[in-house]
Design a protein around this ligand. Structure first.
Ligand code: 13P
Length: 255
């Protein structure tokens, strides 16, 4: 089994240019002291992608992700960024399906399916987010909910394409709320997701698929989340905005 461990920092719409440069510099210099067993992914706002990607080129285990892309290659889509543009900057990853994109920009499973295809066809790897809102968790129907998200946005991919996907389970009720899924809740959902992939694709793909947990992940709870066999790292929001906290989370996975 060669499952890649990963901690990704989703900066969302935070930091001005100087602050972003400072944060990336700090993370890169602290990452140089680490073993490289954990892939570190930085997802800054779009205007800083090229600069920060250039800063990471000496470290093979620090990569950069865009937070979104459009499903068309180019054209009259004011304000949008295409997967082709991201690829031309030699970015490694793009995050697709974040719950904030779903909620604030109306991105539903079908649109996300087109974005996933566009990204993979351009040679990008995708960090695909799934996760249920609070009412679904309270009704205990979260498994069916995330299954539909995967079926409608990912399961059109071939085995070779699906190998380019990292999954991120982000329960919406845990994002930015300070309320984290318990380690048992995270493990249970990650196990379920891995078995969906096993049923649709192959044992090998399921066993090798990196599945991240996201939602109020911080230096205090990271180790207990990451010690679960099906939790391969984290997708971190708020705590990724400070280099010390972010690196502590990376260390929680390395140890
Ligand atoms: P928080 O870590 O701030 O809860 O955000 C999680 C997230 O949305 C990462 O994509």
């Amino acid at each position: 089994m060669s499952r890649q461990l990963m901690v990704a920092g989703n900066w969302k719409m935070n930091k001005n240019l100087i602050e972003a440069f400072t944060l990336a510099s700090e993370v890169i210099s602290k990452a140089k002291k680490l073993s490289g067993a954990v892939e570190i992914v930085l997802a800054p706002p779009t205007p800083y992608l090229h600069t920060i990607n250039s800063m990471t080129k000496d470290l093979s285990y620090v990569k950069v992700a865009a937070q979104n892309c459009h499903f068309e290659q180019n054209g009259a889509f004011t304000g949008e960024v295409s997967a082709e543009m991201l690829n031309s900057m030699q970015l490694a990853y793009v995050i697709i399906g974040h719950s904030e994109r779903r909620k604030f920009f109306g991105e539903h499973n079908n649109i996300l399916s087109r974005k996933v295809s566009a990204a993979i066809n351009e040679g990008l790897k995708v960090i695909f987010c799934c996760g249920e809102p609070l009412d679904i968790r309270e009704a205990n129907t979260q498994q069916g909910f995330v299954q539909k998200q995967l079926e409608e946005s990912l399961f059109h991919l071939s085995v070779e394409q699906m190998e380019k996907v990292v999954l991120a389970y982000e329960p919406v009720w845990a994002i930015g709320t300070g309320k984290t899924a318990t380690p048992a809740q995270a493990q249970s959902m990650h196990y379920f997701l891995r078995n969906l992939i096993r049923a649709k694709y192959t044992d090998k793909l399921a066993d090798n698929c990196t599945i991240l947990y996201g939602g109020s992940c911080n230096p205090s709870n990271a180790a207990s989340l990451f010690e679960n066999v099906d939790v391969d790292g984290g997708l971190v929001g708020g705590a990724s905005l400070q280099s010390d906290k972010f690196i502590q989370i990376v260390n929680a996975l390395s140890n």
